[in-house]
Design a protein around this ligand. Structure first.
Ligand SMILES: *Cc1c(COP(=O)(O)O)cnc(C)c1O
Length: 234
């Protein structure tokens, strides 16, 4: 992807155009897909620059890096939305429960229980997605599809004032094949539809990254998580 020369705000505009064009082609409302700017490894100044161009939601993967960045951007706290999207160990849940608005990467009940227990009273419920291992890669995080219904039911039953289950997230195995991209994203959408059949009220499909956002939107994504195409190569 060509990222040299047009600057961060230009790249952000390009990504917005890709989202709008894909929504138009798919017959979807442009407002039905939100853009999460994945700022991992980029400093607070890059976040400020994106914010100045109207971007409010940012995704982070590493707890320590994120806490430092959020602190450095404290003056913008009321305007920014912070989403934790990386692997989460149980000994790191407390700061995540205390400062983030969303967690996309919950893949076991213990993590959800800790986030719910540690969410400070007085803050809105923490929005969470369950990460699903749609490609069956042994090395990847995420709950296996066969175990998803039980996990979703258990997480949905946790204190709703502390934690609100919103939907599903995936990081499929990278491929350049548009058909394979679509198939992996379709699998996540079908899993969400099955949970709705089960009676859960869910509105979020967090899927699609820089290389496959078109396939993800065509299959129903409601949040695309875009790093490289906005901030440049890591
Ligand atoms: C890094 C990351 C992204 C962004 O990936 P790009 O290919 O840079 O757009 C999205 N989601 C997760 C979970 C990530 O770790």
């Amino acid at each position: 992807m060509e990222t040299i020369g047009i600057g961060l705000q230009g790249r952000l505009l390009e990504v917005r155009h890709r989202i709008a064009a894909t929504c138009a082609a798919a017959g979807r409302e442009p407002g039905s897909v939100s853009l999460l700017a994945v700022s991992k490894t980029f400093g607070p100044d890059s976040v400020r620059e994106a914010h100045a161009a109207g971007q409010m939601a940012f995704g982070e993967n590493y707890v320590q890096e994120a806490l430092a960045k959020i602190e450095a951007l404290a003056d913008l706290r009321a305007q920014l939305q912070w989403h934790f999207i990386g692997p989460l160990q149980s000994n790191k849940t407390r700061p995540v429960a205390e400062v983030f608005d969303w967690v996309h990467s919950v893949d076991r009940l213990k993590i959800a229980e800790r986030l719910a227990a540690q969410r400070p009273a007085g803050l809105p419920a923490l929005n969470v997605c369950l990460q699903v291992n749609v490609s069956g890669e042994a090395s990847k995080g995420g709950v296996a599809p066969a175990e998803l219904p039980a996990l979703a039911a258990a997480v949905a039953a946790l204190a709703p004032g502390q934690l609100r289950l919103r939907g599903l997230m995936s990081i499929p195995e990278p491929t350049d094949d548009a058909g394979q991209q679509r198939a992996a994203h379709r699998r996540l959408r079908e899993l969400l539809e099955a949970l709705r059949q089960q009676g859960l009220v869910l509105d979020t499909l967090s899927m699609g990254m820089s290389a496959d956002l078109e396939a993800a939107i065509a299959e129903g994504s409601t949040i695309v998580r875009i790093g490289t195409a906005i901030f440049g190569a890591r």
